[in-house]
Design a protein around this ligand. Structure first.
Ligand code: FES
Length: 574
């Protein structure tokens, strides 16, 4: 017997059946203690949970899910929580980014295969946000995002310590001999003081801000601390709201439109957000069929000011940002650059959401006419070294290095870098350009956050804190420096980066958006003829990934995952 005629509610294709199929679908769920009337056609809400002790940033998510359920029940829905693979940025090797697309497949297939009408995505640590958004977008049910929130501000010996940013600064002090190993260890427990994601404007907070800026969460999602009672209230309200979104059939694709992406890109500039948002939003747009290119990041968002004075570019931390008014206060300040008519998850327009948003601290969130940094956003560079583009975050760079010509000091891969960077004989000075190859999507594999290469100790001892660095890698959102990233095509795909040799000269011109390797075309052709592709993985996920991953300028999604398959499943399981 085929499937019955499609009912109004998707979950009724499972639960609204009379014959043995309905028995199967309902009976085993009744083992959880669920009464028969819960299968009566009320919206079934999947709560997609990335809780894991191996993802400490998401360790509050069991409690968070309980608050979502309260809201779902209260609104007349039927919540069912399910786990997906979780990605703990600090624990997973070789890099969590290798598994972003894998988790997105887990999310997509878990949603589509099950009797779910609407979804709440519980997201926190860096990659858990894009992977859940991407997977859910390929199914395109009514969906609401709920971030876990940042941890409390770090504090060591009376000074604020920002996640990641503090580690990088203190690590360089240890290497320069100005901080002892004992002090370094003591600082560990002072930084991550509570459950929650990194509390700088790193990738996790950037992506939580993107979730809010895209309109796929309720307002205030980005900044409420993970352990603040108001985070649990937001979870409760998100649970209530998703039931209504199912009744309104407010699907992801109605919210995540090109104007919503443009709003997110502009908001990313205003908050001084992470370069990682570039990759993740490009990949998300690809799932939805929204036209978005790398150049849009430069065209739409590169010349906006940064208003938010947060680490790694500034002084404050996410807790301060929330108390100052959070993302709604920023968006109200840049309202003239935003499309205020876009619809958001609460059913209101962005304009309605931010119309009365207050700002309580003008040192944390600066006014538009006296910004924290006058030009922010992401600059997209092109030239023979990056024909398909490379990115730099000018607000995190040293102004005097934004136009620079220097001698290349080349590292063939991350192992070569680690073996030689501390060598006192390394032929390098502050005018050089450090080049790191084979750390892109295919090369690492997974495109690790190693692009902000630590400087040689001999330069650190001279007080040098920044030199130009270029790679096909990514950079942690908590990092800073004159760092050119995402060079495309990557070295392992035969990009020009693979052909750079020690002693070549490289020209970086950020205002002119140029990245040039000063080597003749004839010489480059000769080097290209001698180039050999590095060995590829031969089995498992790594092989599937390397065989199908797209280059950075396309968002590094798998080519077989671009687009979506909707929510239809045309066969029964038994
Ligand atoms: Fe998880 Fe930074 S390591 S959010």
């Amino acid at each position: 017997m085929g499937l019955p005629k499609k009912p109004l509610r998707r979950s009724q294709q499972w639960f609204g059946r009379d014959e043995k199929h309905g028995f199967y679908y309902r009976s085993w769920l009744k083992s959880l203690g669920i009464p028969h009337d819960m299968f009566d056609g009320r919206p079934v809400i999947g709560i997609c949970n990335t809780w894991s002790e191996l993802t400490p940033c998401n360790s509050s998510f069991r409690e968070l899910a309980e608050h979502v359920k309260r809201g779902v029940y209260e609104a007349g829905g039927f919540p069912l929580e399910f786990p997906v693979m979780s990605l703990g940025e600090t624990q997973i090797r070789p890099t969590a980014m290798l598994f972003r697309n894998l988790v997105s497949m887990d999310v997509e297939e878990s949603i589509r295969a099950n009797p779910i009408d609407g979804v709440v995505l519980l997201m926190g640590c860096d990659k858990t946000t894009p992977s859940l958004l991407m997977g859910a977008a390929s199914v395109d049910l009514p969906t609401i995002g709920l971030s876990g929130g940042p941890s409390l501000s770090g504090n060591w010996r009376g000074q604020p310590v920002g996640s990641g940013t503090g580690v990088i600064q203190m690590s360089e002090m240890v290497r320069a001999g100005t901080l002892s190993q004992e002090e370094f260890v003591e600082a560990e427990a002072s930084m991550q003081r509570s459950k929650g994601s990194c509390m700088t404007m790193g990738t996790a907070s950037t992506m939580a801000s993107m979730v809010e800026a895209l309109g796929i969460s309720l307002p205030e999602n980005a900044a409420i601390p993970a352990v603040d009672s108001r985070r649990f209230r937001l979870a409760h309200l998100s649970g209530r709201r998703i039931v209504e979104m199912v009744k309104e059939d407010l699907r992801m694709s109605r919210i995540l439109t090109r104007p919503a992406f443009a709003n997110a890109i502009r908001t990313n500039a205003a908050i001084g957000g992470s370069t990682n948002a570039v990759m993740h939003l490009l990949a998300l747009a690809g799932r939805l069929g929204v036209e978005l290119t790398l150049d849009d990041w430069d065209r739409i968002g590169s010349r906006l000011p940064c208003l938010v004075n947060l680490k790694p570019s500034g002084h404050y931390l996410m807790e301060d940002f929330y108390y100052a008014g959070g993302l709604p206060a920023v968006q109200r300040e840049i309202a003239e650059y935003l499309d205020l008519d876009v619809i958001t998850a609460n059913g209101k327009t962005l304009g309605e959401n931010i119309a009365q948003a207050p700002c309580w601290n003008r040192d944390v969130i600066r006014p538009l006419d006296t910004p924290f940094k006058p030009e922010a956003g992401i600059a997209v560079l092109r030239g023979n070294l990056a024909p398909d583009g490379a990115v730099i975050k000018p607000s995190a760079a040293s102004p005097q290095l934004l136009c620079h010509r220097g001698r290349a000091v080349v590292f063939e891969n991350i192992e070569d870098f680690k073996a030689r960077i501390n060598d006192e004989q390394l032929d390098i000075d502050e005018t050089c350009v450090m080049v790191l190859k084979n750390c892109g999507p295919r090369g690492y594999p997974g495109m690790a956050e190693v692009g902000n290469m630590p400087l040689p100790p001999k330069l650190l001892r001279q007080g040098i804190t920044d030199i130009v660095r270029i790679s096909d890698a990514r950079m942690s959102g908590t990092a800073y420096g004159t760092v050119v990233l995402h060079t495309s095509p990557e070295a392992a795909a035969g990009g020009t980066l693979a052909l750079v040799r020690d002693g070549d000269y490289i020209e970086l011109d950020v205002p002119g958006r140029r990245l040039h390797l000063d080597v003749s075309d004839a010489e480059l052709a000769q080097r290209r003829a001698e180039w050999k592709e590095p060995a590829r993985p031969t089995r498992g996920w790594a092989k599937l990934y390397v065989d199908h991953v797209q280059q950075a300028h396309l968002g590094a999604d798998l080519d077989i995952l671009v687009g979506g398959s909707g929510d239809d499943v045309t066969r029964d399981s038994h």
